[in-house]
Design a protein around this ligand. Structure first.
Ligand code: GLP
Length: 260
């Protein structure tokens, strides 16, 4: 696991965005796994700028989002499909047919989840997966106690996650407590994983992810078992890591080796 600590949230977005752009340069028909929430917003802005200012094309990319609220149709403003359209897809040249978000309006969610897995597999698998992290260590909507080998399925949200995400919903809007989410096993099948986190509110979750025991109590801790995972954080999110200096030293060494 690489731990990259940068000074600010802006640098998290730039560094993370550049990792995706490098992947795209290596493989123009890459399969991206994407995330929602506030964490990826600035990273998506970085990708949009690369498209608008430098002519970077996403026309060959296929995307799979991690999760969706069960019960929210794609046109619902709080749905993750709506979020992805307005925060990324509508501003780059990716064909809509190449973007996938689990269907929150599905009447057969179990089958929808199975088909989602099939689609990921038939696309050749995810080359690079972006993750945020919940304050309780969840990834996608895999809450604590989720099986560490789970596949895409229906999951119930914890009250803590419902509360954390309540800020996106209006007072008169019903907030779902069920979701469709890629499983932890699905996420772990990605060739590369980039988890981003900013701010002090994520510091405990990042500490447990990087330095805690691997446990379903902190689903993100499974990334310790991944061969190509990066945890990219700002100073505030890194503030509870015991070995911050070592991680920074490792990255310095890496840069020196790369420059040789
Ligand atoms: C939601 C999403 C997660 C996301 C998390 C953190 O629960 N399902 O994928 O990582 O929120 O969101 P934020 O980045 O807004 O803190």
């Amino acid at each position: 696991m690489r731990v990259i600590i940068v000074d600010t949230a802006t640098e998290v977005a730039q560094t993370g965005g550049d990792i995706f752009l490098q992947q795209l340069a290596r493989k123009p028909n890459s399969v991206f796994g994407l995330a929602t929430g506030s964490s990826p917003l600035a990273l998506y802005q970085h990708l949009i700028s690369a498209h608008l200012d430098q002519g970077v094309s996403f026309a060959g990319v296929t995307t799979f989002n991690l999760d969706e609220y069960l019960g929210l149709a794609s046109e619902h403003p709080q749905s993750y499909r709506f979020f992805m359209q307005s925060k990324l897809f509508n501003h780059i040249d990716i064909p809509n047919s190449s973007t996938h978000v689990p269907d929150g309006a599905s009447k057969k969610p179990t089958e929808t989840c199975r088909l989602y897995e099939d689609k990921i597999a038939s696309s050749g698998g995810i080359d690079i997966q972006l993750l945020g992290i919940g304050r309780n260590g969840h990834i996608g909507f895999n809450e604590p106690s989720s099986s560490l080998t789970s596949r895409t399925r229906v999951k119930t949200l914890t009250q803590a996650t419902v509360n954390d995400n309540a800020r996106f919903f209006g007072e008169d809007e019903t907030q779902p407590s069920l979701s469709l989410t890629m499983g932890i096993g699905t996420i772990m099948d990605s060739a590369q994983i980039v988890l981003i986190a900013t701010g002090e509110s994520k510091a405990d979750a990042i500490q447990a992810t990087v330095e805690g025991a691997i446990s379903a109590s902190c689903p993100a801790s499974i990334l310790q078992m991944h061969r190509n995972a990066i945890v990219l954080v700002d100073r505030a999110a890194a503030s509870k890591l015991a070995n911050q200096e070592f991680y920074t030293f490792v990255e310095d060494q890496r840069r020196k080796l790369d420059a040789q």
